[in-house]
Design a binder for this molecule. Structure first.
Ligand code: NAG
Ligand code: NAG
Ligand code: NAG
Ligand code: NAG
Ligand code: NAG
Ligand code: NAG
Ligand code: NAG
Ligand code: NAG
Length: 471
């Protein structure tokens, strides 16, 4: 007799018999429909991790991270001012058309809008489990554990860089408080890089005025027949309503933003999974054609950050420093993903059908608080890999390897190969975007930064419907 422990307790079995709990599986066989609505909120809803390829997030056992370069979108926010106006108009229309809502919209009889007043438009949310400020703080704390070994031991100041937009700046600050902990007030120096076009290439938010190709971006309608189905359903359930597909689109946007401020949204359940799939894809089209590889100039926009980060990686931690934390907007990060070439589909995204299975699946690329992290790994030799420096790209906390370069530990790419691979396809921002010769021609702020802590905290009240705040 041998004693074998099992989940049911310790049992005695004949030596020849294997333990078997009838019905108990080591692995579940259900994946349901693999449906999490957060993947279909089209960049407007709470942060959600990217689906992993199964590659461990921690560095491979033979390696340690010796340099990290991150760019993060601001955290979950309220709608911007224009979207807020559309939402308010739609709510007015609904409440003036129907006195008692039924069926899918019955919740509207006692629902209240989640934006306390117009001053909160554009800003980070701060309530509920998906709060934008909490997202920034908790990712900062997470990264503090993951990358805190890279902080200088002598207490010297470490810079952080934010583009000059209030919600982005506040994200950087909260992240910094999480990352640096008690040392944030004296150990971090927030640098604010203006979003002005006059920054040229010395910017986290470069712009491209040469976008003159009457691109598909301008002609996207975002229409899918699933939105008509929802409109017809609501109209038949609620006499007096005459909603269009465009109204439905706005209603889905109301749902997405509600979760940024509240634990749950009854709007989400008013739509079917099929309708959410269409909504997610219509937003994927926007990112692809307006801020991604589907636009002829956006890879050149992303090339600014990619080129400068190549310099950091090749200078390495001794010459360049170890920690580069940056904060900007969604449409500053998707061009970088385009320039890196990791998720570019072989064919342009179709307009009127959904590209199921496309690598450009926006729920896995960009949500509020979305971020792209570049790790430089210092690795010892293994039986399969040489000692040396390697690079890994991590998007929404999942490792994204290159098809053509994954020979390193943990499917990483040797630094020299990464440099060659990425530089080979990097367009030139200055010529592609016809950047004025009087503007800065390359990114310089990573090498020339302030070490003052003056900007580390918000000093006044929240700006009200401002578009650019410098302090
Ligand atoms: C690499 O090898 C050195 C020397 O043996 C050792 O000190 C270091 O911890 C190793 N690094 C990793 C990540 O295992
Ligand atoms: C804070 O900075 C001091 C030096 O000023 C250093 O000794 C300490 O380890 C730092 N703490 C953390 C958590 O980084
Ligand atoms: C650096 O500090 C100077 C002086 O306080 C300030 O004018 C400038 O805006 C700061 N630059 C950045 C990038 O924060
Ligand atoms: C648009 O800009 C490109 C340069 O990127 C130029 O070659 C082309 O002629 C321009 N097209 C129009 C219609 O201005
Ligand atoms: C609903 O609106 C459409 C225009 O969007 C109009 O043609 C139609 O007559 C309206 N139907 C009702 C019942 O008001
Ligand atoms: C790439 O970056 C380096 C250093 O950061 C800079 O000198 C060079 O001009 C940049 N090249 C382009 C094409 O921006
Ligand atoms: C990396 O570069 C070396 C030298 O050019 C080459 O021999 C090797 O095949 C490359 N490996 C990958 C994975 O690209
Ligand atoms: C580039 O910009 C200059 C002004 O800075 C303008 O005169 C010229 O027409 C632009 N070229 C293109 C191709 O847009």
């Amino acid at each position: 007799m041998v004693r074998v422990s099992s989940l049911a307790g310790t049992v005695c079995l004949a030596a020849t018999a294997a333990a078997y709990d009838v019905g108990l599986k080591q692995f579940p066989q259900e994946a349901r429909d693999n449906f999490n609505v957060l993947k279909y909120l089209g960049g407007y809803g709470p942060y959600v991790q990217r689906e992993s390829y199964g590659i461990a997030r921690d560095p491979p056992p033979s390696c340690e991270v010796d340099q990290v370069i991150m760019i993060k979108r601001h955290g979950e926010r309220y709608p911007d001012t224009d979207t807020g106006e559309e939402i308010e108009e739609l709510l007015d229309l609904l409440y003036s058309s129907v006195s008692e809502f039924r069926d899918d919209l019955a919740f509207l009889n006692d629902w209240t809008y989640y934006v306390p007043n117009a001053c909160y438009y554009e800003a980070e949310t701060f309530t509920g489990p998906y709060s934008g400020l909490a997202d920034a703080y908790s990712q900062g704390a997470d990264y503090g554990q993951r990358y805190g070994h890279l902080l200088p031991k002598d207490g010297s100041v470490v810079p952080l860089w934010s583009s000059g937009y209030e919600r982005v700046i506040n994200t950087a600050r909260k992240f910094g408080e999480g990352f640096f902990g008690y040392n944030y007030s004296t150990g971090a120096a927030l640098n604010i890089i203006s979003e002005s076009e006059a920054q040229g290439a010395n910017s986290l938010t470069p712009t491209c005025d040469t976008d003159n190709d009457s691109s598909i971006c301008d002609s996207l309608t975002y229409y899918f027949p699933q939105f008509d189905v929802a409109a017809a359903r609501f109209n038949s359930q609620n006499p007096g309503l005459n909603l269009t597909w465009g109204d439905v689109y706005t209603m889905m946007t109301i749902a997405a933003f509600e979760l940024n401020a509240r634990a749950s949204s009854p709007w989400i359940d008013a739509f079917t999974a099929d309708e959410w799939v269409a909504y997610g894809y219509s937003n994927a089209q926007w990112y692809y054609y307006c801020a991604g590889p589907g636009d002829k100039n956006q890879n050149a926009v992303g090339a600014v950050y990619v080129n400068a980060s190549l310099t950091l990686l090749n200078q390495g931690p001794e010459e360049a420093g170890k920690i580069y934390l940056n904060f900007a907007h969604d449409d500053n990060i998707t061009p970088i993903i385009g320039a890196l070439g990791i998720l570019t589909p072989n064919e342009d995204l179709p307009i009127d059908t959904i590209a199921f299975g496309s690598p450009w699946t926006i729920g896995d690329i960009m949500s509020m608080g979305g971020h792209l992290t570049i790790e430089r790994l210092k690795c010892n030799a293994t039986v399969a890999t040489e000692e040396g420096s390697y690079v890994r790209l991590i998007l929404e906390e999942a490792v994204v390897p290159y098809f053509s370069c994954q020979s390193g530990p943990g499917y990483s790419c040797p630094l020299a190969n990464y440099t060659e691979l990425v530089s080979a396809s990097l367009p030139d921002f200055i010529t592609s975007c016809n950047v004025s010769a009087s503007y800065p021609q390359y990114l310089d702020f990573w090498w020339n930064y302030n070490t003052t802590t003056d900007l580390n905290y918000m000093t006044g009240p929240l700006g009200c419907q401002v578009t650019e705040t410098l302090v």
